[in-house]
Design a protein around this ligand. Sequence first.
Ligand code: HEM
Length: 187
Amino acid sequence: MTIRAGIAVWAVDSTDSVLCETFILLAQNPTVQKNAYEEARRVIGDDYDTPMRSEDVSKLTCITMVLKETMRLIPPVAALESHGGNGFLTLHHDPKVFPKPEQFIPERFLPENVLNRHRCSYLPFSAWERICIGEKYVMPEMKFTVAKILYKYEIFTKMETDESRLHALFKIQGLFNDSLETESPII
Ligand code: HEM
């Protein structure tokens, strides 16, 4: 019972963190946000309330790259003790693999760029026997959520991009309410 509750809290917590961080990074990168917004409008179409099918979600390629780059920049489980503190952070910030590792560059996840990297250079969901069983469920869920929110809202933040950002973002849930503002819609 305790183990199950722990897994559930951790799973929700990591999903929340990725979404919060994604919206802050989109707010700090308006051009990326505009591209993601336009993709959301294109894929969802005129009727916001029409249910999205899995085929539609898989068309959210720009939003997928944004989520992947967010998890590279700020690996959601980087701080877990079971990973010796910051193993994923070190892996995802190797400048030989990810030049300018502190910068938010979703194009790193264009298919042609992914092909040039070792498949173990990016492991937000871990690998092998400890691989996350939630990945196939949570990625479509996060893409859907980002698309639906961007469809209606433009995201702003007062948080500045600086070196302290990584530290701040690990504590994101406490900062979220003070840091983000929304205005609807962009167009
Ligand atoms: C963005 C969201 C998520 C991220 C980044 C993430 C990441 C990870 C990582 C890195 C591990 C390996 C942990 C370790 O080696 O100690 C893991 C394990 C696990 N995750 Fe996730 N996870 C996410 C969401 C979820 C969700 C939604 C579920 C449930 C539906 C889930 C269920 C699990 C379980 C059960 C394990 C343990 C696997 C095992 O050790 O056999 N995760 N996750």
